[in-house]
Every structure is written in structure tokens, then in C-alpha cells.
Design a protein around this ligand. Structure first.
Ligand SMILES: N[C@@H](CCC(=O)N[C@@H](CS)C(=O)NCC(=O)O)C(=O)O
Length: 203
């Protein structure tokens, strides 16, 4: 029987921010009804939940709305556990790895918007966003591998990195050669999971 009080998630199928939340909800085994939409259309239900018009936006079973993927993950952890590790020292490092992986998503989205959605793209901003991607990839290369994959399981940071790298390949294919092999291990591991494959961004 369907759960009477599922979560509702507004998402764009291409959004890496929505993807990290979709994957966490599935991993935690929480009942969710997904509402895919095109963020460039008018979406009154999304705007009621998040007047900024950004996805993901989550409606909790009690009707309260939450936006921003990191705030959503934080709340899911508060309510159900299982997103972040318990050890304080590790948690700080995994949070930083997760934040930088999420920053890669933001830089890739900004690069895409600058190069493909502006009537007159700014080469300066495009280069700035691309440099942010490249320097973050180099920085992440030196991170301990167990921040991404631990005892054979992806951490939250590992899932975020896998979402970010697939989004980079999707939006800025010329970046592929700049992705360090040690980081691609997260994508390889994530692709073994059906929910990751099901949520891949598509043209
Ligand atoms: N910091 C936000 C970023 C969300 C965001 O930028 N979402 C994009 C999709 S990738 C969006 O909704 N864009 C709508 C638009 O550009 O109109 C998060 O982590 O959720």
C-alpha cells in the first residue's frame, strides 16, 4: 500500500543538485513522490515551495517546504540519520569534500549558463567558471580516497562527486581529460547502483 505521507520532491532531471537529494532519499529508503519539471517554464507549485524557483525543493510529510540540496540533506540527516558519518573529525573532512564537489556542480552550471544561455556570452566569466572547475579538480585529487569511498561504500561526498563528475561530462565534455583517475573511482562505483544509472542527466 502506498505510504500516506510521502515526501514530495520538485526536481529537474538534469539538475545535479536534485540528483544528490534523489539518491539520498532512495538510499535512506524514504517514500517520495518525484515531480520532474522544466525550470524554465512557469511552475506555481515549485514557486509556492521555493519562490526562488530553484530545484530541488522538498515538501516534508508534514507539509513544510525545504529548499537547497545541502539544507535538505542536513535535515534528512537530522530526521533519519545515515547521511553523514558519526565521527566528528571525519565528518568535517567529508563535509568539506562534499561542499567542494557541490561547488563543482555550481561552477559547471554557471559555465553552461554563461556559454549557452546568454545572448552574448562573456568569455571572461566562462573562463573564470572553467578555471574554478579545473582548480577544484586538482585540489580534490589530493584528498584521502576514504573520504569518497569507505569500506566499499560511497560516502555522501562520494555520491556528490560522482554526480558532479557526470554533470561535468554532460555539460562540459572537454573537461573529461582533466578528471583525475583517482576521482573517477567514485563515478565507477556509483554506476554500479541502479538509482544512479536511472537518474543520469540526458540530452
Ligand atoms: N544551491 C542550490 C542550487 C540549486 C540550483 O541552482 N538549481 C538549478 C538547477 S541545476 C535551478 O533550479 N535552476 C533554475 C534556473 O536557473 O532557473 C542547491 O544546492 O539546491
Amino acid at each position: 500500500m502506498a505510504n500516506p505521507n510521502p515526501y514530495h520532491l520538485f526536481l529537474s532531471p538534469r539538475s545535479p543538485f536534485a540528483r544528490r537529494v534523489r539518491l539520498a532519499l532512495r538510499r535512506l529508503g524514504l517514500p517520495v513522490i518525484e515531480h520532474p519539471l522544466n525550470v524554465f517554464d512557469s511552475n506555481p507549485d515549485l514557486e509556492a515551495a521555493n519562490p526562488l524557483g530553484l530545484v530541488p525543493a522538498l515538501i516534508l510529510p508534514d507539509g513544510r517546504a525545504l529548499s537547497d540540496s545541502s539544507a535538505i540533506l542536513e535535515t534528512l540527516h537530522d530526521l533519519h540519520g545515515g547521511v553523514w558519518p558519526e565521527l566528528t573529525t571525519d565528518r568535517i573532512e567529508i563535509r568539506q569534500a562534499s561542499t567542494l564537489a557541490t561547488g563543482l556542480m555550481q561552477a559547471a552550471v554557471s559555465h553552461f549558463q554563461e556559454t549557452r544561455m546568454h545572448e552574448v556570452p562573456s568569455p571572461m566569466w566562462a573562463k573564470d567558471h572553467l578555471n574554478a572547475v579545473l582548480s577544484t579538480l586538482r585540489h580534490l585529487e589530493s584528498f584521502r580516497t576514504d573520504l569518497w569511498i569507505r569500506s566499499g561504500e560511497l560516502t555522501q561526498a562520494g555520491w556528490d562527486l560522482a554526480c558532479a563528475l557526470e554533470y561535468l561530462e554532460f555539460r562540459i565534455p572537454e573537461c573529461r581529460g582533466a578528471i583525475p583517475t583517482v576521482l573517477s573511482a567514485s563515478t565507477g562505483s556509483a554506476r554500479e547502483h541502479q538509482p544512479f544509472r536511472e537518474t543520469a542527466p540526458k540530452h
